[in-house]
Design a binder for this molecule. Sequence first.
Ligand SMILES: Cc1cc2nc3c(=O)[nH]c(=O)nc-3n(C[C@H](O)[C@H](O)[C@H](O)COP(=O)(O)OP(=O)(O)OC[C@H]3O[C@@H](n4cnc5c(N)ncnc54)[C@H](O)[C@@H]3O)c2cc1C
Length: 405
Amino acid sequence: MTSDLVIIGGGASGFMGAITAITNGVRSVVILEGTSKVLEKVKISGGGRCNLTNSCVEISNLVNNYPRGEKQLLGLFNRFSTTETFDWFQKRGVSLKVEKDGRVFPCSDSSEDVISCLTAAAKNSGVKVLTNSHVKQISKINGGFNLLVRGNNSFKAKNILICSGGHPSGRRLAKSLGHSIIQPVPSLFSFSTAESSLSDCSGVALDVQIKLKVNNKKYSGKGPILITHKGFSGPVILRISAFSARNLYRNKYNCELRINWLCMHENEVRLKLDLYKLENAKKSIFNNKPFHSLPRRLWKSFLLSLNVDRQLKWAELSKSEKESLIKCLTMKTYLIKGRGPYGEEFVTAGGVSLKEINFKTMESKICKGVFFAGEILDIDGVTGGFNFQHCWTSGWVAGKSISLS
Ligand SMILES: Cc1cc2nc3c(=O)[nH]c(=O)nc-3n(C[C@H](O)[C@H](O)[C@H](O)COP(=O)(O)OP(=O)(O)OC[C@H]3O[C@@H](n4cnc5c(N)ncnc54)[C@H](O)[C@@H]3O)c2cc1C
């Protein structure tokens, strides 16, 4: 039996591709999923809540959340973007909510709702889903492809859509069809540091400005940081880890992280300290801090790291101590020694080279009839629902163009 379309991988992009293709006229669509369950990543995503997209609607801003694929997504998002994703799920019964930081979740806070929606939409439209069907090999035959599945079943297809995510087997299949693979490296991770002065600050979170130096390349960012027992995490760290992922990998995750803990210029901090010193001359430095945004534990750890006497009054702070404190508050440098654990989300940077894809259709330029969508491509986003958004978009465009081919 020959299917019009066989999709390799039952993840977010595979389901979106399948549903879009069949509802737009492709007659027979089969999803081959290697494991025993589909949509497993959707299930664990967002801590079980599934952050399925973001409320960012301005496409020129939206693409800034993709360290790789920014240019290609510009055209794709013009066809299917965050608004379309929102409508797509709401229309199919998943009520969505937007959180303060722009992340979009099901109102139920359960990824199961997203899974039920996708599996029901696939079933109702006639998509055939086969689990435990790991594709081992693809060969070109007259009028399409032959797919060999573990256990030696085989499937014939006119078109194939490869949606195997970050799994190496999908990259191997793509390579066997002549595609170039950009080396996969991890993205979206926290940083480890040997810095002991922050050991009492684990769990502290605040908004900061950061600068990262890897070799001679510099990156910067602003946003919430989280001090962990091993180093730093939080949205601003995960974001900078994504933008510097390849460089950091090359440098074995050694780099310098400079933090402005107050997001203020040093002159502004100096003025504020001078004024506070005058007004609070007799008060203890340890117990009275001039900056409300700075958590007490962090303030104390800075003073301790500078060996400030615990009994010191503001009037007794020397000029050199004050200057060291300003430096510590606005430009403290930490040596990063490695990659920490992942946050709630991680993705692979790298995959099928974007040069080999026609982004009007998601079809390969190397092998006609082969389409790609999702994380298998050398496209990845920062945290916030951007990775799933890319999956919905590329899956939708692929499904739509297969229906027109
Ligand atoms: C813990 C965690 C949490 C996350 N949370 C979020 C979040 O909240 N928001 C967000 O936007 N992103 C999140 N992400 C990222 C997001 O999950 C991925 O970007 C997305 O799942 C990629 O979808 P995909 O369809 O491309 O691939 P996948 O979801 O990985 O699906 C690929 C499927 O293909 C199958 N497969 C692979 N090879 C073969 C083969 N040879 N034959 C048959 N089947 C095969 C795999 O078993 C898998 O089921 C998270 C990631 C992780 C790891």
